[in-house]
Design a protein around this ligand. Structure first.
Ligand SMILES: [Zn+2]
Length: 201
């Protein structure tokens, strides 16, 4: 092969590579891929561990919680979480939206636990205040005050799981989208003693 042919095929190869790059695009960088991963959960990992630690820290161990997690009804929906409470039975079902960051899910979990705590007289809504508004403030106070202790509890629990039989099994997290969750709790709400569901807008 002579020099002219090498130059010709060399230029041709560069031309084709450039053309493909324009058509296919450079593809997301590793940083972009990692950022995308850290943006949203898929399948609600770690939620059961968070519930156990927060429930203990917020002194709500006498309540029985069931956890549900899944997509919202649509991408446009602003609903991040929802709780259905039964004051008499001291039981609640909590739904958390999948696809948020883990930290965001944790804040939503604290918010829904605060609603349960209000139903269980752990906290009282001041006279004349709206529960939703009050719980939003409470959620922030509780999250800031307790997150470090909750993290320690989660670390401790993780170490114990590795060496000892778990003293308390982790709750199941059922994967349901929000309309399915509503249908599930409405089916159960046929008994008269249930309090209405409280949503988080
Ligand atoms: Zn709320």
């Amino acid at each position: 092969m002579n020099w002219i042919a090498i130059r010709f095929f060399g230029c041709l190869a560069i031309g084709v590579a450039g053309f493909l790059k324009v058509i296919v695009g450079p593809g997301p960088s590793m940083d972009d891929q990692i950022a995308a991963l850290s943006w949203g959960t898929a399948g609600c990992p770690g939620l059961a561990q968070q519930l156990v630690a927060w429930q203990d820290q917020l002194l709500l161990n006498h309540w029985e919680f069931e956890l549900f997690c899944g997509p919202a009804e649509s991408k446009e929906s602003l609903l991040l979480g929802q709780v259905h409470r039964d004051r008499e039975a001291q039981a609640a079902q909590i739904w958390i939206r999948d696809g948020l960051t883990i930290a965001y899910q944790q804040v939503v979990l604290v918010h829904e636990l605060a609603h349960a705590g209000v139903a269980g007289d752990r906290w009282w809504v001041p006279h004349g205040r709206d529960e939703e508004e009050y719980v939003e403030e409470l959620e922030e106070v509780l999250y800031r005050r307790h997150r470090a202790a909750v993290r320690q509890k989660m670390l401790q629990a993780a170490r114990l799981r590795g060496s000892l039989p778990a003293s308390r099994p982790l709750p199941q997290v059922r994967y349901l989208d929000q309309p399915e969750f509503l249908r599930e709790v409405r089916t159960r709400a046929s008994s008269p003693a249930r309090t209405p569901a409280a949503g988080r807008p």
